[in-house]
Design a protein around this ligand. Sequence first.
Ligand code: AMP
Length: 400
Amino acid sequence: MNAIKSKRNKNRAHTRLKPKNGGQSRRPKRQSSIVDSDLLIKRATNKEEVIYEAHRSFDDMPIDSRLKRNLAKKGFVKPSQIQDESLDLLKSGRNFIGIANTGTGKTAAFLIPIIERLLRQREQQTALVVVPTRELALQVEKEFISLTTGLGLYASSYIGGTSVNKDIGKLKRKSHVIIGTPGRLIDLINQKALRLNRTPILVLDEFDRMLDMGFVRDIKRIVEGMTSRRQTMLFSATIDKSQKDLIKTLVKNPVEIKVNSGTSSSDKVDQDIIKVPTGANKFKMMTDLISGAGFDKVLVFAETKRWVDRVTKKLNQAGITADQIHGNKSQNYRNNALAKFKKGSVQVLVATDVAARGIDVTGITHVINYQLPMSLDSYIHRIGRTGRAGKTGKAFTFVD
Ligand code: AMP
């Protein structure tokens, strides 16, 4: 029975996964810039993670007692490095560049000084936070809500894939912090629903990612509209030489703090490639892999929305619980899928790069690249989803 079932599945896998053009490859059309797959083989280093130990706790910091209470409720006792080193500068209104990855506490690093200012002088639309993806927007909003419990401060987020009309209505309500993805913000600006000419603080989060995603023009337009801008905070995992000129025009006379090399997360990840022999059933190779011991929470990346869809269906057919997130899924669907993955009610989450950006799920045991990522940068971001919180993660990349 099992043999029959698996044979049937195998056949299905074959018909479904075969590209229409009957072509030579199951790879996406765009070619990856990773030519040396040896770069994707690496053992996690056993060296002790250098954990930054702040000399002060939030209690000792110049923070309003009401905000301190909320920090304590969240279980935040000591600041992370970026929070420790930036708070005084940001409170004094300095422009700021933070070179920091997700996981460093950068969100609270920019939210705390914004909330501090709001507690001193409550003004509408004090800050605009621009982020590359919907998931990150919702995470920033969530962090803001928990930091401001009971303080009468409000944030609202504006992201693609939701109703623009609802957003226009939402903008009429009180909001101290506006969070959004560039495309939707531009839509709202074009419709004259969002005005930024009185907003003093701008945060550009995951700036490198926004550039990767082609948001340069949108960002410039957003910034142009902020005619009363007094403070700019820019966060990026890496800063490329080629981006320096652009950054100079956006952030004048900044202090720069670097807390992460941008590659350190990969030091905690065992990385290996899986070569797919010609004619082999790659999908079957992956299900065999995931069926092995220890594959408790697996994030699988595929290059396109269609591939994500197919891989998810095939995994479920093979008896492995899986859900998916990609740009064609509604926000509700994506939130749900993410929640199921977090809870462990599905073993696998299949995602595109863009959709997975910013998701913060603890305990991901494995990251699997079903296809070669387009660039090393995207590879590093992906595998950084595992190997967190002092644990060693594992990453496998299929190489055709
Ligand atoms: P981020 O880098 O902003 O995405 O934050 C990563 C995670 O660390 C989030 O879950 C935060 O809520 C959490 N976090 C941020 N700052 C602290 C802190 N000082 N102490 C404990 N957890 C923190």
